[in-house]
Design a protein around this ligand. Structure first.
Ligand SMILES: [Zn+2]
Length: 457
């Protein structure tokens, strides 16, 4: 007797789409069966006419907990993730108080967030100026990668210069970890910003011009060269441009373990949207042209990306429109940069890719489940529909039409660049370790069901 049988669905893996049933026992996939085979199970879910994907993995989310729960917290952030189809989220170490920079803070963060998670979750470790001696300890705790900036981000999270990156990569390589980077060349964007402010171009076009593709490309190229030199496994965060994706692909073809993610917003929204709609669409790197968005999909299709992340980077309404931490917003450069998208990431990618652009659902499964799990060292447990893997499944009604509304969002702050977007194809049931966690836009599991997932050794 199985615990759960998901029957009659079209099961999507990175390799094929098969009409098979999935049987689950003790939270793991225990059999993949022909659809005419009769077996008994305590619970049966009929997925007739629907796709069944492995649960998506969000490689880049900022849940801001502990410390900035008024922006987002584990309860709301993982609720939204579960409804949207991310069954495991990989949470960033910054916009936390304190930032996750040593093993002791790892334990404290775990204590704080574990009672509140609905999805499974991994921790990115901090990689800052001053914690190089703590990296190995964070790896031993189970951090799946280490996040760094090469330009200032926030007062509590120091950035690295290229020399420090070189040293850190040598350390991380020693324990076979993965370093991850926000790639925008700081000197270039600061100079651009100063130039544009001097010209008094304080509008959204001014903001877009302050962070050109070339600054992302220059930083990415330096990081790629440092990764090649040191042999450190390296991940490029939130790639916004096909020019950058091409350089990463070339390094991959040369045989280097250099991975990258893009985000649902770089695969759907454009620079024109920033100019039309403003603050809610501000993020870094910024949104690019319509042609770039189309080209980015080629790199999803060909497997360059290990992740279509949300880069869920929430803030309050005031931080987009009035003031940030007591400082009045005077122009576009002061506005909070970040897009809330953890609830809509999968449906936006499915619609923009599989429905609008005829990308194979298999490519989506590869980019959102298989490759993220492999990149972050949790494959074998997460990321695929295979016997012995956690039964993390996502049932998608490919014909269901949707409109994203503020009311439907589970975030602490119900604001998002995606509000108003319409599409087709919606996650209708999210299963984590064999239990239904979300169904038809609502949570049905107990708070605290989500588990910490450590890098597999
Ligand atoms: Zn981020």
């Amino acid at each position: 007797m199985y615990d759960l049988l998901v029957k009659n669905g079209k099961v999507v893996t990175s390799q094929s789409i098969d009409n098979v049933n999935i049987a689950v026992k003790d939270g793991v996939i225990s059999a993949i069966l022909a659809q005419d085979e009769t077996v008994s199970a305590k619970k049966i879910i009929d997925a007739d006419g629907k796709y069944v994907f492995a649960g998506a993995i969000d490689t880049h989310a900022h849940l801001n907990d502990p410390g900035y729960e008024w922006r987002e917290d584990y309860k709301h952030g993982t609720m939204a993730a579960a409804i949207g189809g991310y069954t495991t989220i990989i949470d960033m170490p910054l916009q936390n108080e304190p930032a996750l920079s040593n093993a002791d803070i790892f334990d404290k963060k775990y204590q704080k967030v574990s009672p509140n998670a609905y999805t499974d979750y991994c921790f990115w470790g901090g990689l800052i100026n001053g914690n190089f001696d703590d990296l190995k300890g964070l790896d031993e705790k189970g951090c799946v990668a280490f996040k760094s900036f090469i330009g200032p981000v926030s007062p509590d999270y120091s950035s690295l210069n290229y020399g420090q990156v070189y040293e850190a990569m040598q350390i991380i390589k020693e324990f076979d970890g993965r370093a991850g980077f926000h790639c925008e060349d700081f000197a270039m964007i600061k100079h651009q910003e100063a130039r544009i402010k001097k010209e008094n171009r304080l509008d959204w076009q001014g903001f877009l011009d302050s962070r050109p593709v070339i600054s992302e490309l220059v930083a990415t190229m330096v990081i790629i060269e440092l990764a090649k030199e040191t042999g450190c496994k390296t991940h490029i965060c939130h790639v916004s441009s096909p020019v950058v994706a091409q350089k990463i692909k070339e390094a991959q073809l040369e045989g280097y373990d250099i991975t990258a993610e893009t985000c649902s917003h770089y695969l759907s929204l454009t620079d024109k949207d920033v100019i039309e709609k403003g603050a809610l669409l501000k993020c870094a790197p910024p949104l690019r042209s319509k042609e770039d968005v189309d080209k980015m999909w080629q790199y999803v299709a060909d497997g360059t990306f290990s992740g279509i992340a949300s880069d869920h980077s929430p803030c309050s309404y005031d931080e987009k429109f009035n003031e940030i931490l007591g400082k009045k917003i005077e122009n576009v450069f002061d506005v909070w940069g970040g897009i809330s998208g953890i609830q809509s990431g999968f449906q936006v990618a499915f619609y923009e890719g599989c429905v609008k652009r005829n990308i194979s659902p298999c490519a989506l499964a590869n980019a959102m489940s298989v490759k993220p799990a492999k990149t972050f060292g949790i494959y074998g447990r997460k990321g695929d529909i295979k016997i012995g893997f956690d039964a993390d499944l996502l049932i998608v009604d490919k014909d269901k039409e949707w409109t994203i509304t503020e009311d439907s969002l589970k975030y602490v702050n119900k604001i998002s660049a995606f509000v108003g977007m319409k599409g087709k194809g919606l996650p209708v049931c999210t299963i984590i370790r064999g239990n239904v966690v979300a169904e038809n836009g609502e949570i049905v599991a107990e708070k605290g069901y989500g588990q910490l997932i450590k890098k597999l050794k």
